[in-house]
Design a protein around this ligand. Structure first.
Ligand code: PLP
Length: 429
């Protein structure tokens, strides 16, 4: 009998945190690093939020609470969602979660039986593919096309949808592409799903970057389209909007009270409840208008960095990059650089090598001191030949410039790459 249960084989071991082991190793080898891998704002949580949490702790709000979430938090969320999506949402449809991630496994495990089909964006946040596989779903990645600015259209989605389509994941603005869906895109999605999907389909709409959107655009949510509220599980969190990654607080808004009770059950079964003093601080974040100003300041910073950095990336021979419309990521195509340094040919002839973009990522880290994330960190089904790395713009402009300079040096360093491949302990999977 093996130590580990067989189902663990369905959990993807490679994820967005793997790079940290390599980074520790690179640092131990004496390399100073520019970290462009991190998916968290380089700001601290705001004073009014911090003070609220401390006051709540001091007044003893430190006990178990309703596993669905404390009522003041759920009311604040329901008010915010009703106002911004133009639909009527009550607090009984809101479930507080410990961070932004739990609604992903909760949705897959609630709605998807083995053999049901799940459509999810690829490249996309890795937990979608990981949990769809874990639930036994037929995996249907919806490949986002660089030529369409990483949006997708009806022609891409329609062929994937069948009567077995139980869940579709949307993520706009997107991690890792920065792609933003328009209201017309969402209308197409609604039409196709209503026409062709399972009658009880659900759309898991991951809107955690809703406030980080550029060029004066307005965030559009599928929840607000006619007939969609009944099919949409909205997930959101405070990690990005309010720079609260370490607080671990988020929420889901379910189509029915019955479904909210199911999510409540998951929360009871996994972690009992989300910390009440943190929920109260998260409520403060939503209701205090001061935070709107802080969000705007952060968003302006991200937009300014995007405006400065994307042209720099596009100046590097062998690298090209679309202009992200939101979130704080860029996903440069590094195919040309992989060819120049010899990564493409090396991977073609070496069965033990990972994908060329992964080799580029590791080479850029170990030899040039810049940490990025490879394409394989964002879904792995059907990605052969797609060579991208993600950089996060949640770093100072100076750091970003330094990181991009290092990428440029890596992109032409054929000699360094030949030396790097002679050290398989650095790149063999
Ligand atoms: N969804 C997307 C698209 C994300 O990028 C992230 C975090 O990076 C999450 C969900 C999860 O957020 P959290 O860190 O609060 O779990």
């Amino acid at each position: 009998m093996a130590l580990f249960a067989q189902r663990l084989g369905r959990l993807e071991k490679r994820n967005e945190f793997n790079i940290t082991d390599h980074m520790a190793k690179a640092e131990a080898m004496g390399r100073d690093l520019v970290r462009l891998n991190l998916g968290e704002p380089d700001f601290d949580s705001a004073e009014n939020i911090n003070e609220c949490a401390m006051a709540e702790i001091k007044r003893g709000n430190t006990h178990y609470c309703d596993p669905q979430g404390v009522m003041p938090f759920r009311e604040a969320v329901a008010g915010f969602v009703s106002r911004t999506r133009g639909v009527e949402v009550g607090p009984d449809m809101v479930v507080a979660t410990a961070g932004g991630k739990p609604p992903i496994p909760f949705s897959m495990l609630t709605y998807v039986d083995p053999g049901d089909e799940v459509i999810y964006p690829s490249p996309g946040f890795p937990a979608y593919e990981i949990w769809a596989r874990y639930a036994g779903a037929v995996l249907k990645p919806l490949h986002l096309n660089e030529a369409k600015d990483f949006r997708f259209d009806a022609a891409d989605l329609e062929p994937l949808v069948t009567r077995k389509t139980k869940l579709l994941v949307l993520n706009s603005p997107s991690n890792p592409t920065g792609g933003v869906l328009s209201r017309d895109d969402l209308k197409d999605v609604a039409r196709i799903m209503l026409d062709k999907a399972h009658p009880d389909f659900r759309i898991l709409s991951d809107e955690v970057y809703e406030k980080i959107i550029f060029d004066g655009r307005k965030h559009e949510s599928i929840m607000g389209l006619p007939g969609m509220r009944e099919h949409t599980v909205l997930m959101n969190c405070h990690s990005k909007t309010y720079a609260m990654t370490g607080w671990r607080v988020g929420y889901a808004v379910l189509p029915t009270v019955e479904e909210a009770r199911m999510f409540r059950l998951w929360s009871i079964s996994v972690y009992s409840c989300t910390q009440p003093f943190i929920q109260m601080a998260a409520r403060q974040a939503i209701i205090d208008p001061v935070n709107d100003e802080i969000i705007k300041m952060m968003r302006d910073q991200f937009e300014m960095r995007r405006n400065r950095i994307i042209p720099e990336l596009n100046r590097i021979p062998g690298i090209r990059c679309t202009n992200p419309g939101g979130a704080f990521y860029a996903l440069p195509n590094v195919e040309g650089a992989c060819q120049t340094i010899g990564a493409t040919e090396f991977c073609r002839n070496n069965k033990q090598a990972p994908a060329p973009a992964t080799m580029f990522q590791l080479f850029a880290l170990y030899n040039h001191g810049v940490a990025t994330l490879d394409r394989a960190s964002f879904g792995r089904v059907g990605i052969e030949g797609l060579e991208y790395v993600r950089i996060s713009m949640a770093s100072s402009l100076e750091q970003l410039k330094a990181g991009v300079e290092r990428m440029a040096a890596a992109a032409e360093d054929k000699k360094g790459f030949a030396e790097f491949i002679a050290k398989p302990d650095l790149w063999m999977e």
